[in-house]
Design a protein around this ligand. Structure first.
Ligand code: TRP
Length: 324
């Protein structure tokens, strides 16, 4: 039987190259071989500041990005997390058996506290418990995510074990599935990962002009070191390896070794190759934007399918905990 997988992204901006290479590209492949469930995790999105008047629009943008990137509603389940209330119920149950000390150790919590010191809420602290609930609600065994999410999946396994030994042996021990490539960094701050906000990242939906503009302004260096690459230049080469032909990559690598690489040439080629790579994506996206009914229908189907599984598993879970 096909293994179940679960993954999701928060609705905090359009999907960018880092999301694509770190996760979505794998999602598209895995829908062929797995019972795949993909969510827009809007409840997770509430744990950092956002504008409620824009949220519905943002959620929809991510759904459209999923579809345009190649997720196929006939091969996988696509739904919005808050449309399946069992996520919250299971999060409460799991929270009741999760020691506070486990959550204090989670690195993303510490990072977010630094980033939004005025927004350190309980939701942010218990974020990994809700994530564990997302995964375990469907008894998913595999979770394709970016590297930064690995500690959360490890915690999910710990929580599953705690549940299985406290109540009943219901949950599998899910494992993270990482994509092969290198991590994609911010174009402006290449020591940080590419983020969804600001213009340090390239969204899949960016126009060729926007891509060109952003790549042009990417941080490089003075270009006199032929031995090693600065983080910004290394990041551009990582992108080149993903989106350009191997021969193009080899050419630029060679020029770098010889010390006669012109960053302006590299940037121009890279911008064009990225823009070409995502041309079909932009087309599909435009089509979906013009057909809101189609997107509504896909979401309705996905919600129905997700709920069916969630309700069935939740009955079993409640019973194991002594609830009815
Ligand atoms: N924490 C993930 C992120 O920030 C999003 C997420 C929430 C998730 N629940 C999940 C990912 C369950 C995989 C499985 O990107």
């Amino acid at each position: 039987m096909e293994k179940t997988l679960f993954s999701g992204l928060r609705p905090s901006g359009r999907i960018h190259l880092g999301n694509y290479l770190g996760a979505i590209k794998n999602w598209v492949l895995m829908q062929e071989t797995h019972h795949a469930i993909y969510s827009v995790v809007d409840l997770h999105g509430m744990t950092t500041p956002y504008d409620p008047s824009k949220r519905q629009e943002e959620i929809r943008e991510v759904v459209i990005d999923y579809l345009a990137a190649g997720l196929d509603p006939d091969k996988c389940i696509i739904f919005v997390q808050s449309h399946v209330p069992e996520h919250v119920e299971l999060a409460w149950i799991l929270g009741s058996i999760t020691p506070v000390s486990w959550l204090e150790r989670v690195p993303t919590f510490k990072e977010k506290v630094e980033k939004h010191p005025d927004f350190v809420n309980l939701g942010l602290f218990s974020y990994p418990v809700l994530m564990a609930a997302d995964i375990l609600l469907y008894k998913a065994e595999e979770v394709p995510v970016g590297e930064d999410q690995v500690p959360h999946i490890e915690l999910t396994r710990q929580i599953a074990k705690k549940f299985n030994t406290t109540f009943a042996d219901l949950f599998p021990y899910p494992k993270p599935i990482l994509s092969q490539g290198k991590r994609i960094m911010s174009l402006k701050h290449p020591d940080q990962k590419m983020s969804k906000t600001g213009d340090d990242g390239i969204a899949l939906s960016d126009t060729p002009e926007e891509i060109k503009h952003k790549i042009k302004r990417a941080v490089t260096d003075t270009g006199d070191n032929t031995q090693t690459k600065s983080p910004g230049v290394a990041n551009l080469f990582t992108l080149l390896a993903e989106f350009s032909k191997p021969s193009t990559f080899a050419e630029f690598q060679d020029a770098h070794n010889k010390g006669d690489l012109k960053y302006s040439d590299l940037k121009e080629t890279l911008a064009k190759d990225i823009a070409d790579y995502f041309a079909p994506f932009r087309e599909k996206r435009a089509e979906l934007l013009e057909n809101p009914k189609k997107v509504d229908d896909i979401l309705e189907k996905g919600t129905t399918e997700a709920r069916r599984i969630a309700e069935k598993n939740m009955r079993e879970i409640r019973k194991a905990c002594g609830l009815r």
